[in-house]
Design a protein around this ligand. Structure first.
Ligand code: 1GP
Length: 259
């Protein structure tokens, strides 16, 4: 399997220390007005990716949402599927998630076997992703639906070894996720431990609902922060968090030019 241009771009950004913002749009939660507002804001503030998905997605709503985004925005759309049926060729790519924090074979490999021939026929760029759910204070839809136990919040060492194993198995991205609407985000200590353990780009999401939490995740080593709920609730948060990412990237450019 050839690595894709979306992956190459992300990997290059990581090499240059450039951070990215991904906005998660859940077809089951978003109304048209909210989506319109998010798309308008993404014209003025840099959003690197739209992730589309959720744990209980209805396919017709997902297709309509992707069509809506693609008709109005040039930002790449990546599927963030919770099931092999959640494929859609209108998107640019797919986070092909293997739930490596869990021990449910269906989400480690089973769903992927079902999806493989469909993916082969599609034009979707494939981003093989080690997906790690982290305990963040309450059971999330993702851990309930997947029937898996999330990584303990205060055990960065387990997360680091899990990511290391995922990288050794050939996964090209790691995603630490507290789950949508997490009570608190993945800890900076865990992000740092995973960052030190692997070289691949690191995505972090779940419960990032303030600019301080966004900054903390980036400072600890996240390459991409993923935000869903808070932008759904209050679309203008997109502008605030994009500003945090921009200042991070500008300070890095400044540091490089004075080296
Ligand atoms: C969930 O990481 C994403 O899978 C986003 O979480 O909705 O809490 O921002 P939030």
């Amino acid at each position: 399997m050839r690595l894709t241009s979306l992956y190459d771009a992300l990997s290059k950004r990581r090499t240059h220390g450039q951070k990215s913002l991904a906005v998660l749009l859940d077809p089951d939660n978003l109304d048209e007005a909210g989506c319109r507002r998010v798309l308008e804001l993404s014209e003025q503030h840099t959003v690197e990716y739209f992730f589309v998905g959720g744990s209980l997605v209805m396919n017709s709503r997902q297709a309509a949402l992707i069509r809506f985004i693609k008709s109005r925005s040039a930002v790449p759309v990546l599927l963030f599927p919770s099931h092999s049926l959640h494929l859609d060729n209108q998107a640019d790519g797919i986070l092909l998630l293997s739930l490596i924090s869990g021990r449910n074979p269906d989400f480690l490999i089973g769903q992927h076997v079902i999806a493989a021939p469909l993916l082969r026929q599609s034009n979707l760029q494939i981003l093989p992703t080690g997906y790690m759910l982290v305990d963040t204070g309450r059971q999330t839809t993702a851990s309930y639906i997947s029937g898996t136990t999330p990584l303990p919040h205060d055990k960065p060492g387990i997360a680091a070894c899990t990511a290391m194993a995922g990288e050794q198995l050939g996964l090209r991205l790691m995603y630490l996720d507290g789950g949508s609407g997490a009570l608190y985000p993945v800890s900076p200590a865990m992000i740092r431990a995973v960052r030190q353990a692997v070289d691949v780009p690191l995505l972090v999401g779940g419960g990032i609902n303030t600019t301080e939490k966004a900054h903390a995740a980036l400072a600890a080593g996240a390459d991409v922060i993923v935000i869903g709920n808070q932008i759904e609730k209050s679309p203008d948060f997109l502008a605030d968090v994009a500003q945090v990412v921009r200042s991070f990237n500008n300070s890095r450019i400044l540091a490089d030019s004075t080296d």
